[in-house]
Design a binder for this molecule. Structure first.
Ligand SMILES: Nc1ncnc2c1ncn2[C@@H]1O[C@H](COP(=O)(O)OP(=O)(O)OP(=O)(O)O)[C@@H](O)[C@H]1O
Ligand SMILES: [Mg+2]
Length: 277
């Protein structure tokens, strides 16, 4: 039994718990979504369809509305037009089993790593022992053993993002929203975490929307890469990534990988940089 399966098994809410069980992966349908702040659009007429267990990468210039779109999927803000559905249900508040990992980690500085990871479980009112055992497993899973009692400022960037990932996984997500999760890390740490996350995903494929500025990362993770263009962003092109899984280093060095990376790169570079920067 894989670590993620064990985690799911041991973390099933008890009968007294108020947390609704979430299981498996969910579909995400971003259907003609326009996001608007005041009288300005942040993204226009976006269509992205993600099947359960798929990873869809999203790339596009700064300010084209990527974070805003993820926030709409998380039910934190509502589209001005169109709708987002998770497993067919229109999103109005944060759907059960949807979790987000942020570029700047988004940890509570006054809480230890352990308390940050446990936070969503406390919010759900799980019994104390269940929170403790689930948190222990998460810490082991993301390789944070020995740093449970450290505060974020005492952790390296990589460890802080491991904490952010563990906190997102704590709710047994059916959809993981990744907002440039490795963007603030040094190249080497980012590389290590990328392959670790891919291994975790192989053990238990969770639906992922993966926003990144790294074209390599977009191709490495994605079943598809959605290239957004402009500000407000619109879908410019969707590239199918028919690379084999598991996506290991050998895949990342293959000719097919390089060809796809160049394709995405040329699409991104073909954009009107004066307008979009
Ligand atoms: N809460 C907000 N209020 C007003 N405008 C906002 C708000 N959040 C985002 N915007 C605007 O929406 C647009 C898209 O922002 P968003 O953060 O989604 O871009 P992004 O694609 O994630 O950029 P980056 O790659 O730099 O992270 C920007 O013009 C931004 O100023
Ligand atoms: Mg952003």
């Amino acid at each position: 039994m894989s670590l993620l399966d064990r985690l799911r098994d041991s973390s099933r809410p008890s009968r007294t718990s108020t947390a609704a069980p979430a299981s498996g992966s969910a579909s995400v349908d971003i259907d003609g979504v326009t996001m608007r702040f005041g009288d300005r659009n942040a993204a226009e007429d976006i269509h992205v369809d993600v099947r359960p267990g798929e990873i869809v990468s999203i790339v596009g210039p700064s300010g084209c509305g990527k974070t805003t779109l993820l926030r709409a999927v998380a039910g934190l803000i509502s589209p001005a037009e169109g709708r987002v559905r998770v497993d067919g249900e229109t999103v109005s508040t944060t759907p059960d089993g949807v979790a987000m990992v942020f570029q700047h980690f988004g940890l509570f500085p006054w809480k230890t790593a352990e308390a940050n990871i446990a936070y969503p479980l406390r919010l759900r009112g799980l019994p104390r022992e269940e929170i403790a055992s689930r948190t222990r497993e998460l810490i082991e899973m993301v390789g944070l053993s020995g740093f449970e009692r450290s505060y974020p400022h005492q952790l390296s960037g990589g460890m802080q993002q491991r904490t952010g990932l563990a906190r997102a996984l704590a709710v047994r997500p059916r959809v993981l929203l990744m907002d440039e999760p490795f963007g603030a890390l040094d190249a080497q740490t980012a590389e290590v975490l990328r392959f670790e996350l891919l291994r975790m995903w192989e053990e238990h494929p969770i639906t992922m929307l993966f926003v990144t500025h790294s074209i390599d990362e977009a191709v490495l993770f994605g079943d598809r890469v959605v290239v957004l263009k402009g500000r407000p962003g619109r879908v410019h092109e969707v590239i199918d990534v028919a690379l084999p899984r598991p996506r290991d280093r050998a895949v990342a060095m293959s000719e097919e990988f390089v060809a796809l990376r160049e394709r995405v790169w040329s699409l991104v570079m073909s954009q009107d940089t004066h307008r979009t920067r």
